[in-house]
Design a protein around this ligand. Structure first.
Ligand code: ZN
Ligand code: ZN
Ligand code: ZN
Length: 374
């Protein structure tokens, strides 16, 4: 029965991750970790909390078995791993925060997941005293950043699926001229699903002057001839995310655009090349930015060079000036410099890269040039 084998190995995986969380808690004198909505909880248990008003929370302490406190009506969705955590269902008339407080066993230093509703933390503060709260990213973040082989394989599969859609875009298979950005965005989204994604996280389509806004929301703007179209899209496949940006030009690009694009292309390659084990995150940003600065476009590169990616589309580590964190094997992140001329055009080029001991490994392998369509 392959299903039970999988379940058993998943249980072992979660048990080993929880053991590492406890080690990290111990080394930082953290008595308890509370993980709720967000991705730390499924990373440690396989269970995704519904982002609703009812409390779901994993309570991790040193001596007791971890407790997953869930609304009784959602308990059937939990896949139990008896060696990893116990399930504590709560009924509609109970106060779940009080139940959490009872599991804490007098903890004085408590790590809180970033995405827990503020409401629950505020209510919890009424049940405990003399407690010092810290961020759970301090105990789970470094583990989540360093992807294991299975996680890298999942990122690769998601990247390959996004690549197939990007290839369709570059081949002119996705009709652009005469359609609105929103229509093209819906088309790209459908193709991401058709290529194997479970959900689409975003499909930015920005034409002409709209491409100068990095997170432009695809709207009613009709795409025309003789303009650049920036497409940045990604989704989640088997729990891991893809994220890719490619630009196409419909017609004959001006020399200004082709020369700016060659700067962008070189900047992106420099950023990827800098993403080696032992380098700082900020050096990836600096490497890409230097190429753009040197070409005189520095004022038009208005965001950091990249973000980490994994179970979340944006997570640590961030490739940004000031981030002295050292890149380690398994760190997965985007390298996505851009050049944005307000009111005129914009361009960005993005791949996901995983740092390995053998050098940067790209999850995206689609042609990097500005595809010219007619
Ligand atoms: Zn973004
Ligand atoms: Zn992107
Ligand atoms: Zn990105």
């Amino acid at each position: 029965m392959s299903g039970s084998v999988l379940t058993k190995s998943a249980g072992a995986l979660y048990a080993s991750r929880l053991a590492r969380v406890r080690q990290s808690m111990k080394s930082q004198s953290i008595d308890a970790a509370l993980l709720s909505v967000g991705h730390d909880l499924p990373y440690l248990t396989g269970y995704y909390a519904m982002p609703l008003e009812r409390l779901t929370m994993l309570v991790v302490t040193h001596d007791a078995v971890a407790a997953l406190i869930v609304p009784r009506l959602e308990a059937p969705r939990v896949t139990p791993f008896d060696d990893v955590f116990k399930v504590v269902p709560w009924g509609e008339t109970e106060n779940p925060v009080e139940i959490v407080a009872k599991q804490l066993g007098g903890a004085k230093r408590i790590a809180i997941g970033d995405q827990m509703w503020a409401r629950f933390l505020v209510e919890l503060m009424g049940f405990v005293s003399g407690v010092n709260f810290v961020r759970a990213v301090d105990v789970v973040g470094s583990m989540r950043m360093a992807k294991d082989v299975d996680e890298i394989a999942a990122l690769q599969a998601a990247g390959a699926a996004a690549d197939r859609v990007a290839t369709q875009l570059q081949a002119g298979e996705i009709k652009l001229v005469g359609r609105t950005e929103a229509q093209v965005s819906a088309d790209i989204s459908a193709r991401l699903i058709a290529e194997g994604h479970d959900v689409v996280n975003f499909a930015i389509v920005a034409a002409g002057e709209n491409a100068a806004s990095p997170h432009h929301h695809a709207g009613s703007r009709v795409i025309k001839h003789d303009e650049i179209v920036l497409c940045d899209f990604g989704g989640t496949m088997n729990g891991y995310c893809s994220d890719i940006t490619r630009c196409v030009f419909i017609g004959e690009p001006s020399r200004k655009i082709t020369s700016a694009y060659s700067v962008l292309h070189a900047a992106q390659a420099a950023g990827v090349a800098a993403g080696v084990v032992g380098a700082t995150c900020e050096s990836v940003d600096a490497a890409a930015r230097k190429v753009i600065d040197d070409a005189g476009f520095g004022d038009f590169f208005i965001h950091r060079t990249g973000h980490g990616i994994g179970m979340e589309a944006h997570e640590e580590p961030y490739m940004v000036s000031g981030n002295k964190l050292l890149i380690a094997a398994g760190h997965a992140f985007s390298v996505e410099p851009g050049i944005y001329l307000p009111g005129k055009w914009g361009m960005r080029l993005e791949d996901i890269v995983v740092a390995t001991d053998a050098g940067p490994l790209s999850m995206n392998n689609v042609d990097h040039s500005l595809a010219i369509l007619n």
